[in-house]
Design a protein around this ligand. Structure first.
Ligand code: IPM
Ligand code: MG
Length: 353
């Protein structure tokens, strides 16, 4: 097949891991007879430096004309001045909103060989296979903000149609898995959460009666995620809770460097990004773990291009590389030498063949 894929390297380790994902996708294209044309565009801090805008019009135009977008990471200390008029992260939020990708899917897969990289005991990690579905284009991230010398506010709004569509996505995913959905809110305090719970209960009873629904308050969910992670199948939650809980969940897998994400809307075009950030402390050193970006490329092939076999091949290749002992610095055992981003990428490409 022919496909146009936009690559937004962004900042910090973003360009390195995006390059790795591109090499893996190219290798898949060569072996399976596809033609992917890659278009690189500016995004985030790099785009602010070049154009003054974290999401330049040319980038938007390319993304809108593409089949899928793969993003590295945005942000860094260079652009973190609290008084700055523009920030890299604003570009990312605008892009998510413009592409209408309201459903952010973050699978948490444990590689058994990496159990030692997690701070949790191996017996707690046994059988962990969960998916967090995070609402991505609403809530406090997008509400009105005010600021004076001595006070500030961020408004959190949810409409029932936004809750319905994200819960449907999550419930459909649960239907194809272990048929368990956990909805996370803060209904004992927040009005938006009370609406979230009401809409979720109603929709699940009407459309997904065969899916077991559990409801947790977010503080309790944060605890249960560590005490009984294997009991979760699909978790659905609002934008900010999902942001926080997925960083926490990444520690089940041992490193943020392993976890991909897919952001989807009503069309096939999606935005794919590792859940990790730009890691400015290790930028430009060629040592970042590219696995999350490569696994995000697998999700891109699966969800936007419908290439299930190729996606599975990439996921198996990551697993074979890990099983063969390939370890970047974030997942290496104490006393052993880590390999570079390029070496890890080569190990995955070898696993493909
Ligand atoms: C994420 C990131 C972003 C978010 C930042 C960079 C704006 O933390 O994708 O999880 O909060 O959504
Ligand atoms: Mg985050």
């Amino acid at each position: 097949m022919d496909a146009v894929i936009v690559l937004l390297g962004g900042d910090g380790i973003g360009p390195d891991v995006t390059k790795a994902a591109r090499q893996v996708m190219q290798s898949v294209a060569d072996s399976y007879g596809h033609r992917f044309s890659f278009k690189e565009e500016l995004m985030g801090g790099a785009a602010i430096d070049a154009t003054g805008d974290p999401l330049p019009a040319a980038t938007i135009a390319s993304c809108e004309a593409s089949d899928a977008v793969l993003l590295g990471a945005v942000g860094g200390p260079r652009w973190s001045d609290p008084n700055a008029a523009v920030r890299p992260e604003q570009g990312l939020l605008r892009l998510r909103s413009l592409l209408g990708v309201y459903a952010n899917i973050r699978p948490v897969k444990i590689y058994s060989e990496l159990a030692g990289a997690s701070p949790l005991r191996p017996e707690i990690l046994e059988g962990v296979d969960l998916l967090v579905v995070r609402e991505l284009t609403g809530g406090i991230y997008f509400g009105e903000k005010t600021r004076s010398e001595t006070s500030a506010s961020d408004v959190c709004t949810y409409h029932s149609h936004e809750i319905e569509r994200i819960v449907r996505v999550a419930a459909r995913l649960a239907a194809g898995r272990r048929k368990k959905l956990c909805s996370v809110d803060k209904a004992n305090v927040l009005e938006t959460s009370r609406l979230w719970r009401e809409v979720t209960d109603r929709l699940m009873a009407a459309e997904f009666a065969d899916i077991e629904l559990e409801t947790l308050l977010v503080d309790a969910a944060a605890m249960h995620l560590l005490s009984r992670p294997a009991s979760f199948d699909v978790i659905v939650t609002e934008n900010m809770f999902g942001d926080i809980l997925t960083d926490e969940a990444s520690m089940l897998a041992g490193s943020m460097g392993m976890l991909p994400s897919a952001s989807l809307g009503d069309s096939a075009r999606g935005l794919y990004e590792p859940i990790h950030g730009s890691a400015p402390d290790i930028a430009d050193r060629g040592i970042a773990n590219p696995c999350a970006a490569i696994a995000s490329a697998a999700l891109l092939l699966r969800h936007s291009l419908g290439l299930e076999q190729e996606a599975t091949a990439i996921e198996s290749a990551i697993e074979s590389a890990i099983n063969a002992g390939a370890r970047t610095a974030d997942i290496v055992a104490t006393g052993e030498d880590p390999i570079s981003t390029d070496e890890m990428t080569d190990a995955v490409i070898r696993g493909l063949h």
